[in-house]
Design a protein around this ligand. Structure first.
Ligand SMILES: Cc1cc2nc3c(=O)[nH]c(=O)nc-3n(C[C@H](O)[C@H](O)[C@H](O)COP(=O)(O)OP(=O)(O)OC[C@H]3O[C@@H](n4cnc5c(N)ncnc54)[C@H](O)[C@@H]3O)c2cc1C
Length: 404
């Protein structure tokens, strides 16, 4: 059968300047820049929607949800904010989270309020700082995720808030994970309880999907094909250059074996205003189920890691609400590879694929899965902008369009 199919595909092969696999942050940002420089771009994604893992949509209750896990936009880069602001306005958010352990909610990330909850009385920054000096384990250069936390707060708070959570999330002990995994969570001796430390913390006013729709509407020269897998796209389009944003091991046919990933299962539950009313003493405000956007569950007898009620962050005015429980899972073929594993053995396995990618003619590998990195949205957008600039420097512009 295949003998007869191949000539047919070749005869009908279409052409484009750039073929981009993946309509997430990486794929759409690079497509926008190249199309603005006058190049024809075909973007193909196997999913039925744009936005990749940052996709958002309304659920059956009308609540705007993040089906692939909560996406909190933040950055220290004014250039990224300026660039994305062409396609969206922003809704400022103070991303707040709590931790639930020992039968109660705790302020989190660890700050002076957490210390007061721990003591059961009022305290001061000076007292907390002195307590930390006594409690922390002296380690000059923390080498892993356990060391990075015990060197700041000591063993007890590490065991309460980090050890179980991290182990559930990664199915590896924090000692086996890069220091950056737990090290990214701030620890403060004042009352600043914001989850994140970046200078710009906001969500697109109408969501991420709307941002990408605006990007596509503003950019003639991008042809979008949803429900199209990489192999199908490769057979359909001949191109000057390929940009691949999917998993690098998949691209190379798993020739060195599959890389390790973590996957997730999301359990959604929606509540009517009547169902939310009895929760007001817990949620501390009407119309919500829990007291913060995200509550971490570090106890190992609880099977999920966190419950997210994204309405706290989106600011959507709606009486109903939806919560999502997140259950970490091993990655197996057929499941989404949500997280590359940030550990030395996984980086080493990736290096073999990176060496193949470096000598692949006429192809670029960008984005979280193709670079096998735990990158945030602003970081993949920056990488996509840099790659577009590099390709434009190499190929030049092709009758630039007026709005570039
Ligand atoms: C649970 C979770 C929570 C996160 N939270 C945050 C957060 O709070 N803040 C933050 O900044 N970042 C967060 N991130 C990271 C964020 O999702 C990424 O930085 C960003 O979305 C990566 O964009 P991308 O385009 O590189 O990849 P993706 O969003 O994964 O897009 C890749 C696209 O390529 C398509 N694709 C893959 N393989 C193929 C193929 N073979 N053929 C066709 N199409 C293919 C996929 O369907 C997908 O649409 C989170 C990630 C996860 C998983």
């Amino acid at each position: 059968m295949d003998r007869f199919r191949i000539p047919h595909i070749l005869n009908s092969q279409l052409t484009t300047d750039f073929l981009i696999i993946g309509a997430g942050f990486s794929g759409l940002v690079v497509a926008e820049r190249l199309a603005a420089a006058g190049w024809k771009c075909v973007v193909a994604d196997r999913r039925s929607h744009i936005g990749g893992n940052a996709h958002d949509c309304a659920d059956a209750a009308g609540v705007l949800i993040h089906p692939y896990g909560p996406h909190y936009f933040r950055t220290d880069s004014p250039q990224i904010v300026d660039y994305l602001s062409r396609f969206t306005t922003w809704h400022d958010v103070a991303y707040t989270i709590k931790s639930h352990t020992r039968g109660r909610y705790w302020s989190f990330p660890i700050n002076l309020n957490t210390f007061e909850e721990y003591l059961g009385r009022a305290s001061t920054t000076a007292e907390f700082s002195a307590w930390l000096v006594k409690s922390r384990v002296p380690i000059d250069v923390p080498q892993n995720s356990e060391e990075v936390i015990i060197s700041q707060v000591g063993r007890e708070l590490y065991e309460w808030f980090f050890e179980g959570y991290t182990h559930k999330q990664w199915q590896r002990h924090p000692r086996e994970l890069d220091a950056s995994v737990c090290g990214r969570v701030p620890i403060r001796t004042n009352r600043d309880d914001r989850y994140l430390s970046e200078t710009f913390q906001a969500m697109p006013s109408h969501g991420y999907t709307a941002l990408f729709e605006n990007l596509l509407a503003a950019t003639p020269g991008i042809e979008l094909h949803l429900g199209v897998d990489w192999l199908e796209a490769k057979a359909r389009w001949d191109c000057k250059h390929l940009i691949f944003t999917g998993a690098i091991d998949e691209y190379f046919g798993y020739c060195f074996g599959p890389l390790p990933y973590r996957s997730l299962r999301f359990e959604h539950e929606s509540f009517t205003p009547e169902e939310l009313r009895p929760r007001e003493s817990v949620s501390e405000k009407p119309g919500f189920w829990q007291p913060a956007m995200q509550v971490n569950y570090p106890d190992t007898d609880v099977p999920f890691t966190r419950i997210v009620e994204i309405k706290h962050a989106t600011g959507q005015k709606i009486d109903a609400s939806t919560i999502v429980r997140e259950y970490p899972m091993d990655w197996l073929p057929g499941r989404e590879p949500y997280y590359p594993i940030p550990a030395p053995d996984a980086h080493a396995a990736y290096q073999k694929y990176a060496q193949l990618a470096a000598v692949e003619p006429r192809a670029s590998f960008i984005g979280r899965l193709a670079t096998y990195r735990y990158s945030n949205m602003d970081q993949v957008a920056a990488l996509a902008l840099a790659e577009a600039a590099r390709l434009i420097a190499r190929h030049g512009s092709n009758t630039p369009r007026p709005h570039s």
